[in-house]
Structures are given as C-alpha cells and as structure tokens.
Design a binder for this molecule. Structure first.
Ligand code: CTP
Length: 379
C-alpha cells in the first residue's frame, strides 16, 4: 500500500494487480483510492480477456510485493493461471520480486531453487530483510523491506533517462581514524550521512556506484557496493583502485589531514610524562587523483569551513582541480557534521555559484546530482 502511494506520488502511473491471496488481506478500493486507477484481478470474464496483454505491454516495470513462496514457485515455472503470472509471461518489462515469507520457507531448498530460476529469467530479487516475522515466529530473513527501499530499487531498475544511468560513480563518506597506538586514534566528527545520501541518490539514478566508507555513524546501504577504509592511507588506496573508468568522483569524506608519524605497537601506558605525539601530513587524496583521472570525468570536492568560506572553497576548487565544490559551514547550526540537514553553496569551475537554503542531506544530495547531471550533459 505504501509502495503504491510512494510510486504514485513520484509521478508513476500505477496499475495494481491483485492475486487471490492479496484480496484476502486488502480491499481493492483502498488501492484504487491511493493510485486513482482501476485495480485488476480477473484473468477471464467478460471484458477482461485481454487485460493481461494490455497491462503487460503498457508496463515499464513490474513489481511483485510481497512475492509469496507460492507466487515465486509459479513464476519460476512459467505458470500463467492468474492475471499476475500471465502478465509476467506477456511482458518484456523489468521485473522486481520482493519476497516476503516465513524464514524457514525462505531457507527451504525448493525456494532457493525457485529464486535462482527467477534470477536466470532476468528478474531482479530484493533480498528480504531480517526482523520480527509473523506472530510467534523468529526473526530470520523473510520480512518485506521498507517501502522506501523497494522504491529506491524500482528507481534504480527503471532509471534510463538519467545522465548518470550506467555511469561509474565513486563516492567517499565518513571519517578516517589514524592510529596513535592499538587502542587510540585521531579522527573527526564526520558521520558519513552526506556521502551516503549522495551514493544512494546516484544509485537511484541508475549509476554503478562504489562507496568508499571510513568510519560512519549510520548503517551502510546494503544495495551499494562498499569498500571500507579506516585510515587516510587506506582511503587513498581505495580511491586510486576505484579510479579507472570513474566518470564521477564525489569526495564527501573527511579524511584526516594529519596522522601520528609513528603509531606505537603497544598501548602507550600512563607514565609520569605526558606522551608527545609527532604528527605528519596525510596524502591529499583529491590532489593525488589529478594525473590519473579519466578524461572528461567530473570531480566534486567538499569544503567544510569555519571562516572565509567562499574564498577558501574557491581556492580548493583550483588547487584540487575540481569541477565543483560543495561549501558548508562547520559552525552553523543544522549544517556540517553529524546532523541530518545541511546548508550548502555549490561552486562550479565555470564560476557559477548557487546558495541553497537549509535542507535535509537527502535533498542536498538530489540537488547536487541534478547540478552534476546538468553540467555533464552540457559536455
Ligand atoms: N580531502 C582529501 N584528502 C585529504 C583531506 C581532504 O582528498 N587528505 C578532500 C575532502 O574529502 C574534501 C576536500 O578535500 O572533498 C576538502 O577537504 P578540507 O578538509 O575542507 O580541505 P583540506 O584540503 O584538508 O584543507 P584545510 O584542512 O586546510 O581546510
């Protein structure tokens, strides 16, 4: 129901097809109210004989949510004994199955085989979430993922109009930790929220995204291929490895600028003297990519400033040879580290500067990608 609502709100024309099992749970009228369109369930009967062909032909994507063990078995074997399975056979649209069932049914060898078979047919399968299942059951995998996650997967599946679709996008996020000794480190307050929001938004637009994550305070997106990097050195290596073929690099992480010149091999004990830690500079990751970037690739940096923001950001745009820099103020309430919102100014190489109001990081990510797409399509 929420998924139908989200898709409709996003501008999709949603035709709901209800199986017999679905009608046991929800009334058709509810879906009609949400989508503003007729609900379909009959395969035979006067006036419905060609419904499956019409629906299948008109659909750009077919989402089966929830997909029961029984439905998956029927789809895997190509049965067409109701409107939904008949639509699947008649369609050449992208298909997303969202299984939801008891965890033991999900784990059964027959279900595993059926799932493998549906994947062979080219259907995308969204792995079920873990969490409490029906009353009295355990909490193994089987739960239907949240509608927002399904929505994001649908967007990824159908993203063809985006300039970013099929492009290789590398995003870094979070803080690095530079060891002082085996139990202590130097780090910063970056939560990774901004970078993860950007990686997700690019993925929704159909990009082939690699997320390089330092330490983050939020869950990593399961749908995105992620490389963990603890230290600035590791992050530099991960970026360098991901760089070949990279069309867009967004360096949203906050790698440490300094690290202890030598990390102690054992825990530094409390003595009479306070230890002195010699620091050395880490590699500037963005600068180190300059000579290795793919021709016409688009590189975005961040500038987290406490004063003289515009001047410093413009300087970083030049010195790091960026196409765009995202300026945010570390001292402003609601912006910068940790919070869910940000207030940014986007500065482009061409000199265009755009100041945005305080927005959620998710919206900032969308605005940033809109601007990247604009500039990419002008090339
Ligand atoms: N950055 C980087 N490598 C580093 C440090 C930062 O690539 N070792 C990137 C950040 O991810 C960001 C941009 O450079 O995209 C600017 O980071 P920032 O910390 O604002 O600037 P610095 O170059 O570190 O300069 P300063 O700390 O003096 O402001």
């Amino acid at each position: 129901m929420w998924l139908a609502r989200l898709l409709t709100q996003a501008g999709a024309e949603v035709d709901v097809v209800m199986t017999r099992a679905a009608r046991e749970f929800v009334g058709a009228i509810t879906f009609e109210a949400v989508t503003g369109r007729a609900v379909h369930s009959e395969i035979f009967g006067p006036g419905h004989a060609l419904d499956h062909i019409r629906l299948a032909r008109e659909a750009k994507g077919i989402v089966v949510a929830p997909a029961t063990a029984d439905f998956i078995a029927r789809a895997a074997h190509g049965l067409a004994d109701d409107l939904l399975t008949a639509c699947l056979l008649a369609a050449d649209a992208k298909v997303l199955l969202v299984p939801a069932m008891n965890d033991r049914m999900w784990a059964h060898a027959q279900t595993r085989r059926n799932i493998a078979q549906t994947r062979l047919l080219g259907y995308e399968v969204l792995e079920p979430a873990e969490g409490p299942l029906a009353v009295g059951e355990g909490s193994g995998p089987g739960r239907m993922p949240e509608p927002e996650e399904i929505m994001s997967r649908v967007a990824h599946l159908l993203a063809v109009s985006s300039v970013l679709s099929g492009k290789k996008v590398v995003v870094t996020a979070g803080a690095t930790r530079e060891p002082i000794d085996p139990v202590r480190f130097i780090s910063n307050h970056s939560s990774g929220k901004m970078g993860i929001a950007i990686a997700r938004a690019a993925w929704r637009r159909g990009a082939d995204v690699t997320l390089i994550a330092g330490h983050v305070d939020v869950p990593l997106p399961s749908e995105i291929s992620t490389v963990k990097a603890d230290t600035a050195q590791e992050m530099a290596e991960a970026v360098s490895e991901a760089l070949p073929g990279c069309d867009v690099l967004v360096m949203a992480a906050a790698p440490a600028d300094f690290r202890p010149a030598k990390a102690a091999s054992g825990k530094i004990k409390k003595g009479r003297d306070v230890p002195k830690i010699d620091l050395e500079q880490t590699e500037d990751i963005l600068k180190s990519t300059i000579a290795k970037r793919k021709e016409k690739s688009f590189v975005v940096g961040f500038a987290l400033e406490t004063n003289d923001g515009l001047r410093n950001a413009r300087e970083k745009l030049e010195s790091k040879a960026l196409d765009m820099i995202v300026l945010n103020d570390a001292t402003e309430p609601g912006a910068g580290f940790g919070v869910d919102t940000n207030r940014v100014t986007l500065i482009s190489r061409g000199g265009r500067e755009e100041e945005f109001p305080l927005m959620s990081k998710v919206d900032v990510a969308e605005a940033l990608l809109d601007r990247i797409e604009e500039e990419l399509s002008g090339r």
